[in-house]
Design a protein around this ligand. Structure first.
Ligand code: ATP
Ligand code: MG
Length: 248
């Protein structure tokens, strides 16, 4: 990682474990509201090995998105730590954390989160604009990714003119733009029909198997979860159990 803080040992995990891509340690998230304290997640700890494909499952409101957002440093925990490739991400200021997030993590969301006033190509280029990649390089890379994902004829289209599956493939291309080691996906197949959802999941499997990405995917689909290496079951903001999925 080319972070200005790479050599600062004080923010490195004291777990001497180079094989971990992500670690959550005693994570808690709550909000104060007029009705009282709202619990997001409570005392969550687990690690994800480099190259592992983990699913997070559990009922609606159990804290899955809250957890994923903290793993990706989109949201600060009330207490606890997240280590991304050994770096304690919340010990950094927001701009340092954003730099690491931009380089190390690709996000995929249920509702795609594409920018409709920009065309497909520009949407995919966006993380590289933030990352400072020069224009010709990012244009070439975005075009390559979109070709790879079967969207060659859609470069100039507006996202809203694409099907759901196409929009999610654009979002996958965008998540890969800065070549992140880690991909976090929050119900990436949630808005798609079964066949299109299976195709999108197949792409994530390809990224896992062939390109050795570390993936954490929230899903309500038990079949897809069973096809990941490990499922973490969340209930009422806590880890209920973890299941290793043999033959995934
Ligand atoms: N910004 C917020 N302010 C207050 N409460 C919140 C906030 N975000 C989430 N919550 C609450 O935290 C709990 C967990 O929400 P979360 O979105 O993580 O659930 P989820 O497991 O992702 O659910 P779903 O499967 O429906 O997406 C819920 O009770 C939710 O209302
Ligand atoms: Mg959610």
């Amino acid at each position: 990682m080319n972070s200005p803080c790479d050599n600062d040992r004080s923010i490195k995990s004291n777990h001497d474990n180079e094989s971990m891509a992500l670690e959550a340690r005693n994570l808690n998230k709550f909000w104060e509201s007029q009705a009282g304290k709202v619990i997001g997640v409570t005392n969550i700890s687990f690690s994800v090995r480099k190259g592992e494909f983990v699913s997070i499952v559990g009922p609606s409101g159990s804290g899955k998105s809250t957890l994923l957002n903290m793993l990706g440093a989109l949201e600060r925990p009330s207490s606890g730590q997240v280590f991304i490739n050994g770096t304690d991400i919340f010990s950094m200021n927001d701009s340092q954390a954003a730099t690491i997030r931009n380089k190390s993590i690709g996000f995929i969301f249920q509702s795609y989160n594409l920018i409709n006033r920009s065309n497909v190509l520009k949407n995919v280029e966006f993380p590289a604009i933030i990352g400072g990649m020069n224009k010709s390089e990012r244009r070439m890379r975005a075009t390559k990714l979109l070709n790879f994902l079967g969207l060659k004829s859609k470069l100039k289209s507006k996202p809203s003119n694409l099907s759901g599956g196409e929009q999610q493939r654009v979002a996958i291309a965008r998540s890969l733009m800065n070549n992140p080691a880690i991909i976090l996906a929050d119900e990436p197949t949630g808005n798609l029909d079964t066949k299109t959802g299976a195709d999108v999941f197949g792409l994530l499997k390809l990224l896992s198997n062939k390109f050795k990405r570390t993936i954490v995917m929230v899903t309500h689909n038990p079949e897809l979860a069973a096809n990941t290496d490990r499922s973490i079951h969340i209930k009422d903001g806590r880890i209920e159990k973890q299941v290793k999925n043999f033959g995934a």
